[in-house]
Design a protein. Structure first.
Length: 301
């Protein structure tokens, strides 16, 4: 048995740990936001209750093959992104399949889920679903542009597209992190991070008054459960990318849990302070503030 096949059980263990941490962290962040508004918020186990309930339901509605593949593509984006980047640096057990991928593959997976969700929801034929997908893709595309510029700046700085090698270059002390060696790239990436997390002020697609015109209305039962599963995995997978590229990675699970929590908390703090943007406002915001920082980061490398 080759070494790559031996790594599969550890990759599945990583997925199990990240999924459960994602469910708990999502509930904790919702509770923190609720406390700011002087509410109690949901219990930390609420996501598990919703997930079990939805996985236990069946659907008799038929919209076509692509409609059913939408949530599958969405989940594939989150799982694939997590599997092809190292979760814990310095250990072969939790490096996942990072030997077979690089930053370019990671960027593909970041957008893969959104595109699959758009194709699936669009096949339902409901105009409101198409409106929700259009809004979501417009904002995600604008948010991904400064992140792509920041990734390019980091790749040029370290002369590699390997996530593992980028993490290795940041070892030796906190001052070796990209946060200090290329702060403009980190600033552009963190502004992009606020948009990709789909939290206020960039939660126009998942806002309470906007949900009736988005994919969550079209999907239900086990299909909605797949989307809920991805909603726990995908944010953590994206944070792992940010942690590895800009904040020195993690050499142990306690460090991983702490860094993921703190990076996630950034979007929560911004969300409880600023009001919600409209779609055109959020796109304009990324183009005016985040994209110039990404360009400046490349010029300063």
């Amino acid at each position: 048995m080759s070494f790559e096949w031996i790594k599969i059980p550890y990759a599945l263990l990583t997925l199990f740990i990240v999924a459960n941490y994602g469910f708990l962290l999502t509930a904790v962040m919702a509770k923190i936001a609720a406390r700011v508004g002087r509410r109690h918020g949901i219990p930390v186990w609420q996501n598990y209750v919703d997930l079990i309930k939805n996985y236990g339901l069946c659907s008799s509605i038929t919209h076509g093959v692509m409609f059913y593949l939408g949530p599958v593509f969405r989940l594939t984006g989150g799982v694939g992104l997590l599997m092809f980047v190292p979760t814990i640096y310095g250990t072969e057990m939790f490096s996942n399949m990072s030997f077979a991928g690089d930053l370019i593959l990671a960027l593909y997976f970041v957008f893969f889920g959104s595109l699959g969700m758009a194709l699936g929801a669009g096949e339902s034929g409901h105009p409101h679903s198409a409106i929700g997908v259009t809004r979501g893709l417009s904002q995600v595309t604008a948010a991904e542009l400064p992140f792509a510029l920041a990734v390019y700046a980091v790749a040029v700085q370290y002369q590699t597209l390997s996530v593992t090698e980028i993490v290795a270059a940041q070892q030796g002390g906190i001052l070796n992190w990209t946060l200090f060696s290329n702060p403009l790239a980190v600033a552009a990436a963190m502004l992009s991070f606020l948009g990709t997390m789909m939290r206020p002020p960039f939660d126009v697609v998942l806002a309470p008054q906007e949900i009736p015109i988005g994919p969550p209305t079209e999907y239900h039962s086990s299909y909605l459960a797949l989307m809920q599963t991805n909603r726990a995995i995908f944010p953590i997978a994206k944070i792992v990318i940010y942690m590895n590229l800009f904040f020195g990675g993690a050499a142990s699970w306690p460090v991983f849990f702490l860094k993921v929590f703190l990076i996630y908390l950034v979007s929560v703090i911004v969300g409880v302070v600023f009001p919600r943007f409209r779609v055109e406002q959020s796109i304009r915001w990324f183009l005016i503030w985040a994209v110039p920082l990404g360009i400046a980061a490349i010029l300063m490398v």
